[in-house]
Structures are given as structure tokens and as C-alpha cells.
Ligand binder design. Structure first.
Ligand code: MG
Length: 311
């Protein structure tokens, strides 16, 4: 069931024998957590974006790429309901890039930095000797929000599974200008106890099994309840887009029935939150189709290592 990326990530996790007091959260979640003694801690995430994979410079401006680089890491802060502190950026520039291009990238970074109170605090600039692809990496730090950081591994049987926003079709432009759900994650966790959470980066069909694997549970979602984006509706296969398109950067979380009722009664945010199913004890991820059939959900989201590479 697991993607090649999940397999190697699990292998890495098995190789690193981390001291749980120093590193309460290690490999395999949206951020790692470093304990600093006397109940203090800091969290860290890193994300690299590659030209030709995460952006296309014939369709995106450098400002948009700078914004997106920050936004994907901010989305990881949201995934654990933590507060962003600051970020460092590293870039590998094609030979043709100079000061003008760096300032454009910096502008995009700063738009996100100001909105989320997460300044750029350092970085590194390197250049290729050729016009090789542009790459940008952001490493971001955050601190605990209204509760302990919400891990992927806390889902409980009978939890309600929820997603924010509308899913699918991010490749039609949304992936460049999405809103990381930092404020909403902090708001939700100030209202109710969230048992597990992550951000949807690789598509629901790949990301929901990650919560299930780490929590040692299964899930049953309902096709009829999935919030389909306008972009997904415009595609040939809207359901496939909702399940498998990566880069929605919405929140996927689970909470008890009582807490979900409390959340839906009291939620006043503009962002739509949709219950899409329930955590089960089956150990597999299933979907009830529009005509009532229960089918196993195939993991068809984005796999950064592709398939068949023997990992
Ligand atoms: Mg993530």
C-alpha cells in the first residue's frame, strides 16, 4: 500500500535511534520536534522545490515561486497546529540569474513572511555553472500553539475525518497561490481536541493512509461527501482529481464525534470544514462510492520517488 517515498522514509526512521526526550517527534511527521529542557521545545521542517517538478518558470513568476516555497513550509506548521517563528532559505541558481531575480524571489518570500509573522532570518546562495534548473529550499521553525503539536499518529477508531477547503485541480494554478491554513489550525485546536492531523501535500489517497498507518487504524470515507473544487470539476475525472491531485495544502484531521459536533456548531471561520468519513479498526483505507459500494482506496497520489525503483 505504501508509496516508494513512504517506504524509504520508514526505513530512515528505523535506522535513527532517537532519544525521545531530546526529540519527542522524529522522522515521519510534518515537522520534527526538538526538546530544549524544562518543557521548552522548537519544531523544524524543510522543503525543497525544483524547477520542472514543483513549478514551471514559463507559467510562474519568481515572486510566486518564492511565495510557494514559504507557503509549503507554513503548511507543515499548520499541519501540527504550531506557530511559525522564522525561516532560512537556500537557493541553487541557474547561471543566468542575478540580483534582479534574487530580489523577485525575495519579494515572494516576504509576502508570506509578513502575512504569517515568520521572517526570513538567514540562508545560502549557490549558482550552477550552467543554466541548470532553479531550486529553492526553505527550512522553517515553529513553536507550540494552543496544544501539544498534533501528530499523525493519534487517530482513534470512530474519529470523524475532516478536511478544510475544496480538493483537487491544484495543477490548474492554485498550487502557486494557496493559503497555508496556519491560522485556522490554531483556531480549530483552541476550540476542540484534534487527535491527528497533517496537510494534504500529495493527495488524499496517499495522505490519508499515512495517518492510518501511523495511528494503526483504517478509514472509511464517502465519495458523496468529498468537497470537490471548481478546478477539479472542470477536469475529465473530478473524483480522481479530488483523491489523487497533490498540492491541495488543506488540513486533513480527525477528532471524536463529540468534538466534531462542537466544532461544527461553533466554527465561524470563512473556511469550509467538511466531515468526509470515519476512522475504522479495519487497518485499510476504504471509500463508499456514490452507489453504495465499499471499495479499497488505491494510493495514487504524488510519489516523489515514482514507482518500480526497488526501494
Ligand atoms: Mg506536510
Amino acid at each position: 500500500m505504501n508509496s516508494a517515498e513512504d517506504k524509504i522514509t520508514n526505513w530512515f526512521a528505523r535506522q535513527s535511534k532517537l532519544d525521545n526526550r531530546k526529540f519527542p517527534i522524529g522522522i515521519g511527521d510534518d515537522m520534527a520536534m526538538i526538546g530544549l529542557g524544562s518543557d521548552k521545545s522548537i519544531l523544524v521542517t524543510t522543503d525543497m522545490l525544483l524547477e520542472g517538478v514543483h513549478f514551471d518558470l514559463s507559467k510562474a513568476t519568481l515572486e510566486q515561486v518564492g511565495y510557494k516555497a514559504m507557503a509549503v513550509s507554513l503548511s507543515d506548521c499548520a499541519a501540527m497546529a504550531t506557530k511559525p517563528i522564522g525561516a532560512v532559505a537556500a537557493v541553487a541558481l541557474p547561471k543566468r540569474f542575478g540580483q534582479k531575480e534574487l530580489k523577485q524571489i525575495h519579494n515572494g518570500i516576504n509576502i508570506a513572511a509578513e502575512k504569517y509573522n515568520c521572517p526570513l532570518i538567514g540562508g545560502d546562495i549557490t549558482s550552477w555553472k550552467t543554466d541548470a534548473g532553479f531550486a529553492i529550499n526553505i527550512t522553517m521553525f515553529s513553536s507550540q500553539g494552543n496544544c501539544r503539536p498534533v501528530k499523525r499518529s493519534g487517530a482513534q477508531v470512530e474519529d470523524v475525518i475532516c478536511v478544510t477547503g475544496f480538493l483537487g485541480g491544484s495543477d490548474l494554478g492554485k498550487h502557486l497561490e494557496f493559503t497555508p491554513r496556519v491560522f485556522e489550525a490554531l483556531e480549530i485546536t483552541s476550540m476542540v481536541r484534534v487527535n491527528s492531523m497533517m496537510d494534504l501535500s500529495d493527495g488524499l489517497s496517499s495522505d490519508l493512509p499515512r495517518i492510518c498507518t501511523q495511528s494503526k487504524v483504517g478509514a472509511l470515507i464517502e465519495e458523496d461527501r468529498l468537497p470537490v473544487s471548481a478546478q477539479a470539476m472542470s477536469k475529465n475525472d473530478p473524483l480522481g482529481a479530488v483523491l489523487n491531485d497533490g498540492e491541495d495544502f488543506e488540513l486533513l484531521f480527525t477528532l471524536s464525534k463529540e468534538d466534531s459536533e462542537k466544532l461544527f456548531e461553533n466554527w465561524e471561520g470563512d473556511l469550509i470544514i467538511t466531515p468526509i468519513g470515519e476512522i475504522t479498526s479495519t487497518g485499510i483505507v476504504e471509500m463508499k462510492t456514490a452507489c453504495g459500494l465499499i471499495v479499497t482506496l488505491k494510493q495514487k497520489g504524488y510519489d516523489h520517488l515514482g514507482s518500480g525503483n526497488g526501494v
